[in-house]
Design a protein around this ligand. Structure first.
Ligand code: ATP
Ligand code: MG
Length: 423
């Protein structure tokens, strides 16, 4: 036998037992996005490497360490997308979607980052994200946050997540703040962990993100970004807070909240949970008014977020949710009745749209067929043998409840099952 080939580390198969939960989640998210009038956009998984370098920023973990970049056969440098925003902006610009109009878009799909795999952190993972363009007031910031809050309700996660908010001001504010922060941190270098000392040189704002206890202690007396905001950014943040208060959305201001992508300014937010250990952020986003221009378009205000689907799935699994059984009916076929069984299944699929019906294939004893019917999760087994075919009937045996099996004429089966399945 030849050696088996395994999957790539950090890249997971989503198995048939797991896909119902994924589909359930995706359907709920899709419904909420539809309820807000957001339009789906689908972009390729591969993009030119420069797209990510120019948007996410050269001095970020993603671009420096995490991208899957390779040369294709033409010698072009291509990258598997590590996130969705850059592609969305590229596509919107390329197709004139932003010309004199606002847009509310969403996307979903796999993203790729070469990180150290662990629970809630993978090398291929999935995001659903939202990007809005052309709206500069805090009302759209509030809308995308309201949308996420509704999502948590729909997914049964509302009591598991907390909204954290901060404002990053504009790039001048951050430059002035960066200077003050670096000066302060240099004075207190001895108290910083090694990672933070490295970040201090290259991207000092990321030090704010450190989980190291010593560094966090140093940060307690560090200058606050909030004190460096210009008036407009301050007013924007204040209005957003008022809109969220009026909408009854609870949040905590986290002055240390920064994002690992360079394009964010003004509003940033994260939804976090305590239930997933270190991988506690399930949704992250904010405003990125400079990005469209940075990628060659006209200045265009923009707000968006992305959520990590694997982390949401982990959270939902902790609750052991009851999902509807995929199959309702299992048709067994004993003897020379295969053609009749297939025809019965087709008739029932006409009569019972949306009901999962599986027809036994491959023969076998009555006992083994009934075992399969039971294992399938179906509510009823429909037993078809030569006697039933001769009599023009089918025997219906309830598999999940204590009631007797019944024999139904062929044309009664559809209506009878319809009323039982509705109940
Ligand atoms: P983290 O701080 O956890 O590394 P991030 O700031 O890199 O997250 P974003 O780039 O903002 O994350 O992505 C948005 C969301 O996507 C995250 O909040 C998380 O839920 C999810 N996510 C990011 N990286 C991964 C990964 N490697 N595996 C699984 N989910 C991820
Ligand atoms: Mg990360």
């Amino acid at each position: 036998m030849s050696k088996k080939i395994a999957s790539i580390r950090g890249m997971n198969d989503i198995l048939p037992e797991q896909t119902p939960l994924w589909q359930w989640l995706e359907a709920r998210v899709r419904a909420v996005l539809g309820a807000y009038g957001y339009q789906e956009i689908r972009t390729p998984i591969l993009e030119q490497t420069d797209l990510f370098k120019r948007s996410i920023g050269e001095v970020t973990d993603i671009v420096e360490k995490e991208m899957y970049t390779f040369e294709d056969r033409n010698g072009d440098s291509l990258t598997l997308r590590p996130e969705g925003t850059a592609s969305c902006v590229r596509a919107a610009e390329e197709h004139g979607l932003l010309y004199n109009q606002s847009r509310r878009l969403w996307y979903q799909g796999p993203m790729f980052r070469h990180e150290r795999p662990q629970a809630g952190r993978y090398r291929q993972f999935h995001q659903i994200g939202v990007e809005t363009f052309g709206m500069q007031g805090p009302d759209i910031d509030a809308e995308v946050i309201l949308l996420t809050a509704r999502l948590w309700k729909e997914l049964g996660l509302a009591d598991q997540v907390t909204l954290e908010l901060n404002s990053l001001g504009d790039s001048d504010d951050r430059a002035r703040y960066r200077e003050a922060l670096v000066a302060y941190l240099k004075e207190h270098q001895a108290g910083l962990d090694e990672d933070s000392r490295k970040r201090l040189e290259r991207s000092p704002l990321r030090v704010l993100d450190s989980k190291d206890a010593g560094t966090r202690e140093v940060l307690e007396n560090a200058p606050r970004l909030a004190d460096y905001l210009n008036d407009e950014a301050r007013a924007h943040f204040q209005s957003l807070r008022e809109l969220l208060d009026r909408a009854g959305i609870e949040y905590v201001i986290n002055p240390y909240l920064v994002r690992g992508l360079d394009y964010y300014g003004k509003t940033v937010f994260e939804w976090t949970t305590r239930a997933l250990g270190a991988q506690g952020t399930v949704c992250a986003g904010g405003r990125y008014d400079g990005l469209v221009e940075q990628l060659g378009g006209k200045p265009t205000p923009a707000v968006g977020f992305a959520m990590g689907i694997e982390r949401l799935i982990l959270l939902i699994e902790q609750r052991n949710p009851e999902l509807p059984a995929p199959l309702a009916l299992y048709i067994t076929a004993m003897g020379d009745v295969q053609a009749h069984a297939l025809a019965l299944a087709e008739r029932l699929r006409d009569a019972l749209p949306g009901v999962g019906i599986q027809c036994h294939c491959g023969g076998g004893s009555f006992k083994s067929q009934m075992k399969k019917a039971d294992r399938s999760g179906a509510r009823f087994a429909l037993i078809l043998g030569e006697d039933e075919v001769a009599a023009g009937t089918v025997t219906v045996k309830p598999l999940r409840e204590q009631s007797e099996q019944v024999q139904l004429a062929n044309d009664e089966a559809g209506p009878w099952l319809a009323s039982r399945l509705a109940g």
